[in-house]
Ligand binder design. Sequence first.
Ligand SMILES: [Fe+2]
Length: 179
Amino acid sequence: MQVRWSHSVLKVRDIEAMIAFYTDMLDFVVADRGPLPLPGEPEIVFLSGSSSDHHQLALTDGRGEEDASSLEHNAFRVESLTDVKTMIDKVSKDPRVKSHMPLTHGNAISVYFSDPEGNGIEVFCDSPWHVKQPAAQGWDPTMSDEEVLADVKAKFENDSEFRPMEEYRAAKAREFGEV
Ligand SMILES: [Fe+2]
């Protein structure tokens, strides 16, 4: 299985200052932003400068003074849902991984877990659709690939921005001057 770098998510203390810094310095644009369904509803802001990824960097304002590290997670893309299921099987059998969580953001089908020092990892495959972020639901790795895709579609097809991923990426490619 080949994993390819996609994005990182950082916990920050001054989210507006950090958005300004990354948009000024790296020419990122805000792709989406909104509250996470977590205690205190911390905001997450998604930044990207490429049509390849909905976000290349995301910032959440959930970093407390006690958080030594700013890293929420690093994310890696795999080719297929089968690869994500294989990863789930692998981490579920490895005692170094204390827990894992299958989650789908509608535009991706993911598993989250942590390395032995507590750094978050997301391994995901793209779904065929774009969905406004943030969005998250559970998914069942025991389902067939076809059942998982039907389940993801059913969970997100009423989203206001639900559309084919190709359409979203083509629009972003024009926005970023790639074509
Ligand atoms: Fe992620």
